[in-house]
Write a protein that binds this ligand. Structure first.
Ligand code: FAD
Length: 387
């Protein structure tokens, strides 16, 4: 028996942040990777409507470093956020630095940009092919067979693979197929709170309208607003609140009255007209948490990223944890010589409980951010790798 590694034919489903990253890692290991993405190529056409910037922390950076992208992401498009800036109702500000000793910080990065550079990095490997507009319709987790439909031509294609990686997000079809298998456990929970995105304009003289090196938080007990800096000197904000509260903001008058009461400084910075326009552009979005176990089926299928552990965004670790999945998978492939019969069960064994915990922490951090941050308790915070 030699220890030679067999070249695997891998099908990655989902070309979001985690799918594009895992494609790079698997290609780097020499495997043949086909990446299937339901949407068109976002480098040509950006049709995505989710939050435009994300906080990148140590977990995510480590994964980017391993494929030589950390410097590009952080130094060219990342914005260092050295701490939280708390906006109290009376307009006063309170700064909470994440790490005053070692000056560690988190980075605000543009989601589309990050996804674009990961897709381009994946495409540089000659053993990678990306199929855009390909929606997974079905898969056989026993054999590794997959069935796709082309979103523009309706053409059906059937493909074979040695390994299916489900990086197809919170509503993962691969996860739904796993649910039909024995001994697969899955909890799905929507929280009663949703969110609406608002944006803060560029300030005078092409500068930020408020500090560009902080994650801004307006904690208000049962709801909150946050804002992250973008590299074009705007901010993207999210108002998180119970659906009951969001649904009551159903006219411009109600919305402006609410902001006058709760976020007077935010309203002044955004401007009334812009707030009304932004707010009513979309309906409030839902927030979902998924905890499941195991993450693999046999030696042919694995789910990672949001497909395995979608979490509420309050710990800012969804993408970061997904990137850490990829690092872990790579390490296990190294340890087990890419033997999937060993790699996949080992991945579930050491990853599921950690991800259960981070989903719970994310839920807890909502209470921390919207309420406790204003109380003395915040000074006991130990971890800087969170928002
Ligand atoms: P996705 O980004 O959802 O990608 C899945 C991909 O699969 C998509 O491109 C989709 O088109 C494709 N797909 C789906 N179904 C199919 C199919 N049948 N066939 C083919 N393709 C398919 N995380 C952080 O780390 N930091 C943050 O600051 C942060 N902020 C957030 C703020 C908000 C408001 C929200 C909602 C989330 C936030 N997150 C954050 C979480 C982060 O967005 C996710 O964890 C991350 O996008 C997960 O990446 P993914 O690749 O697993 O899934």
């Amino acid at each position: 028996m030699g220890s030679e590694v067999r070249t695997l034919n891998v099908a990655v489903v989902g070309g979001g942040l985690v799918g594009a990253l895992v494609t790079c890692f698997l290609a780097k290991r020499g495997h043949r990777v086909n990446l299937y993405e339901y949407r068109p190529d976002i480098r040509v056409e950006n049709s995505r409507g989710v939050s435009i910037d994300l906080a990148l922390s140590a977990r995510g950076r480590e994964a980017l470093r391993a494929i030589d992208l950390e410097d590009l992401v952080i130094n060219h498009h990342g914005i260092a956020m050295k701490g939280r800036m708390i906006h109290l109702k009376d307009g006063s500000l309170k700064e909470i630095i994440y790490d005053s000793v070692n000056k560690n910080c988190i980075y605000s990065v543009n989601r589309t940009y990050l996804n674009q550079i990961l897709l381009s990095a994946a495409e540089k490997y000659e053993n990678v092919t990306i199929f855009f507009n390909h929606k997974l319709l079905d898969a056989d987790l026993d054999t590794g067979a997959l069935k796709f439909i082309h979103m523009q031509t309706d053409e059906i294609s059937n493909v074979e693979s040695d390994l299916i990686i489900g990086a197809d997000g919170a509503y993962s079809l691969i996860r739904r197929l796993m649910i039909k298998k024995p001994r697969f456990n899955c909890n799905q929970a929507y929280i009663d709170h949703g969110y609406v995105e608002v944006s803060y304009p560029i300030g005078k003289d092409n500068k930020y309208i408020m500090s560009g090196n902080h994650l801004h938080i307006w904690p208000r007990g049962n709801f909150m607003m946050i804002a992250l800096p973008n590299d074009d000197y705007t901010f993207t904000g999210n108002l998180f609140a119970p659906f009951k509260t969001l649904e009551a903001l159903n006219t411009p008058e109600n919305l402006l009255e609410f902001f006058r009461q709760e976020f007077p400084d935010g309203l002044r910075l955004i401007g009334e007209e812009k707030l009304v326009k932004d707010f009513f552009q979309t309906s409030p979005k839902t927030l979902l948490s998924i905890q499941c176990k195991p993450y693999h089926f046999g030696s042919k299928a694995l789910i990672i990223g949001d497909a395995a552990h979608a979490m509420v965004p309050f710990y800012a670790q969804g993408m970061n944890a997904g990137f850490e999945d990829v690092l872990l998978l790579d390490k296990l492939m190294e340890i087990h010589n890419d033997n999937l019969e060993k790699v996949l069960p080992h991945f579930s064994e050491i990853r599921c409980d950690d991800c259960y915990a981070i989903c719970d922490l994310a839920m807890y951090n909502y209470v921390e951010m919207r309420e406790l941050v204003t109380k003395k308790a915040f000074i006991f915070r130990k971890y800087i790798d969170t928002v």
